[in-house]
Design a binder for this molecule. Structure first.
Ligand SMILES: NC(=O)c1ccc[n+]([C@@H]2O[C@H](COP(=O)([O-])OP(=O)(O)OC[C@H]3O[C@@H](n4cnc5c(N)ncnc54)[C@H](O)[C@@H]3O)[C@@H](O)[C@H]2O)c1
Length: 385
């Protein structure tokens, strides 16, 4: 791609008052790879335009709806047309927007959970394969350097044969009633906008992906218990799952948004025959490795003895904390590397193009479907296809 020019992107969602869109924009700005040139930033056309104006979008590229955005991009020449769209809307909007942009030949980054149903996910995967476009899913926890180190250690056999994979993701922000007016809670607790699950889809999906990314294993059966603690809620605000892996390992996923007092307490623990790794999102620059036959060690981000994938994921020297925004930026760096490689007719270096793909998003959606099926059934085990 000529002169390593910046990749032009549009954003759908992420207007005034939204949470994650601003995080995506900051992450995309971090490494100078992307520039925001267009958008349809809100569900209300007026608010969308106000939000885009505040971000400096030119009037002609500041749209009231994603359909107008897409139509306008298709009219533009290759020198100004966007390379990719970033979708940061509530879950129910992901599928129509992602499908339309992929079918129009644009690269896409979409937040999780990818879509509502396995059928929608299959349709999207087929469309991406047909279009030959890049499609990243912001399972951002996979972008942390010390998660990449955990992946490296597990995959290179440092833990021996895996026995136990435990991911707990506990938050407390839904512990008390959250009345209308909390935009983030409103749609997350609405089946039409969140999907068939609440907490399980919102943060349980990160837990599923984190376990799969670090271990390379996918469970083949699960037993799920979904609970609604908050009065009047229509979707789970608490989830606990038992997992069985064909390779013999066992797993648990705990996800709760009613763990009163907790903030963003995501914790991964993987044990094998030779040792255990523990990583916590609230202390993300450390990875604790407890080998069976030696002293416990605390591995830290930025150290020269880390694997190349972990080293590449850091930007500043050890001891200066890096966290959430940088992890998102790492996902976007992988996407940028893949877009540039494809533009040049190359296959990207896997160390560079290290990002969760549309297939990972589909896996997450299928997993959520099976969790909901299991929770509604009296069967002990539900097979995962
Ligand atoms: N990866 C993560 O860590 C992470 C964290 C938070 C949220 N998320 C995901 O990001 C997405 C957004 O979550 P949020 O918390 O930012 O939600 P939010 O409610 O704060 O923001 C959603 C934005 O999308 C806009 N929107 C809604 N419908 C639209 C439409 N048809 N066209 C254009 N814009 C539209 C809203 O107006 C709002 O600006 C969700 O899918 C959520 O699961 C991911």
């Amino acid at each position: 791609m000529s002169n390593q020019r910046k990749l032009r992107y549009a954003m759908v969602g992420g207007g005034h008052g939204a949470f994650i869109g601003a995080v995506h924009r900051k992450a995309m700005a971090l490494d100078g790879q992307f520039e925001l040139v267009a958008g349809a930033l809100s569900s209300s056309p007026e608010r969308a335009r106000e939000s885009g104006a505040a971000l400096g979008l030119a009037d002609g590229r500041n749209h009231g709806s994603w359909q107008e955005l897409l139509a306008d991009e298709l009219r533009r020449g290759p020198d100004e047309r966007i390379d990719l769209v970033s979708i940061v809307t509530p879950n129910h909007v992901h599928h129509p927007v992602a499908l339309a942009f992929v079918q129009a030949g644009f690269h896409v980054v979409c937040d999780k959970p990818l879509v509502h149903t396995g059928a929608q996910a299959d349709e999207l995967v087929a469309a991406v394969r047909k279009a030959g476009t890049v499609f990243g899913v912001t399972y951002n926890y996979t972008g942390y350097p010390m998660v990449r180190e955990a992946r490296h250690l597990v995959r290179s056999g440092a833990l021996g044969t895996l026995r136990k994979i435990a991911v707990e993701y506990n938050q407390g922000w839904l512990a008390a009633a959250v009345d209308g007016g909390n935009k983030q809670a409103d749609w997350r607790l609405d089946p039409l906008r969140s999907g068939s699950a609440g907490t399980m889809a919102d943060i349980g999906s990160h837990a599923e992906n984190l376990a799969a990314t670090v271990t390379g294993l996918r469970p083949d059966a699960l037993c799920a218990d979904l609970t609604v603690f908050g009065a009047g809620r229509r979707l789970d605000d608490d989830a606990q799952l038992l997992l069985r892996y064909a390779e013999g390992a066992r797993g648990i996923i705990v996800a709760s948004q009613v763990a009163a007092g907790l903030e963003n307490d995501l914790r991964l623990q993987v044990s094998g025959t030779l040792g255990t790794l523990v990583w916590r999102q609230e202390e993300p620059n450390q990875l604790i490795h407890s080998p069976l036959d030696g002293p416990r060690r605390i591995l830290t981000r930025g150290s020269p003895w880390l694997s190349e994938s972990a080293r590449r994921a850091g930007r500043i020297p050890a001891g200066h904390p890096e966290a959430f925004i940088e992890a998102f930026a790492n996902v976007y760096l992988g996407v940028a590397a893949d877009i540039r490689a494809r533009a040049d007719g190359r296959v990207a270096d896997p160390l560079e193009a290290d990002y969760p793909r549309v297939e990972d998003g589909r896996q997450g959606v299928r997993f959520i479907e099976k969790v909901v099926e299991s929770a509604a059934s009296s069967r002990k085990w539900t097979a995962l296809g």
